[in-house]
Write a protein that binds this ligand. Structure first.
Ligand code: FES
Length: 145
C-alpha cells in the first residue's frame, strides 16, 4: 500500500509532465494553472431526460462547460454577458442552497427566461465552476427564449 508521500510524488511527476511546454521545460506551477487542472463533474439533463456527465475545468462557467461539450439545450446567445437568459437551467433541489447567491442582474434577467422557477432557476453563465460544484446536476427547460 502506497503511503501518502509516495502518492504526492507520483501526483507531482504527473502534474509536471502535464505542464511541460514544447521545449521540455516545466511551466511554473502557479494559481492559474493549478485552477486549470482542477475539474468538477457536472451532469446536464436535457428536457427529454437525456443526461450528459462531463468534467468542467475550474474557472469556466457552467454555461461554458455545456458549450465546450456540445450539450444541447443551453444556447447562450449573449456569450455569457448576462444579457439574454438563454442559458437558463433548473438546478437540482439538493444544490439550490449550495450555490453562490444570485446577483441582481441575474435575478432581473431570469424574468425573461422560459418558465422560470422561483427557487431552482439559474443562469449558467453566472455560475463559476469550482471544486464546490463537483457533482452539480442541472436540468434544461423545455426551451430557451
Ligand atoms: S449566456 Fe446570455 S444570459 Fe447567460
Amino acid at each position: 500500500m502506497a503511503v501518502h508521500g509516495e502518492n504526492t510524488l507520483l501526483w507531482r511527476v504527473g502534474l509536471e509532465a502535464a505542464l511541460r511546454d514544447g521545449h521540455g521545460k516545466v511551466a511554473a506551477l502557479n494559481a492559474d494553472n493549478w485552477q486549470v487542472n482542477r475539474m468538477a463533474r457536472i451532469t446536464y439533463i436535457e428536457y427529454n431526460g437525456t443526461p450528459h456527465l462531463v468534467e468542467v475545468p475550474n474557472g469556466l462557467t457552467v454555461m461554458e462547460g455545456a458549450r465546450d461539450n456540445d450539450i444541447p439545450g443551453i444556447e447562450a446567445d449573449c456569450g455569457g454577458a448576462c444579457a439574454c437568459s438563454t442559458c437558463h437551467v433548473y438546478v437540482d433541489e439538493a444544490w439550490v442552497d449550495r450555490l453562490p447567491e444570485m446577483e441582481a442582474m441575474e435575478e432581473d434577467m431570469l424574468d425573461f427566461a422560459w418558465d422560470p422557477d422561483p427557487v431552482r432557476s439559474r443562469l449558467t453563465c453566472q455560475l463559476r465552476v469550482t471544486d464546490a460544484l463537483d457533482g452539480l446536476v442541472v436540468r434544461m427547460p423545455e426551451k430557451q427564449i
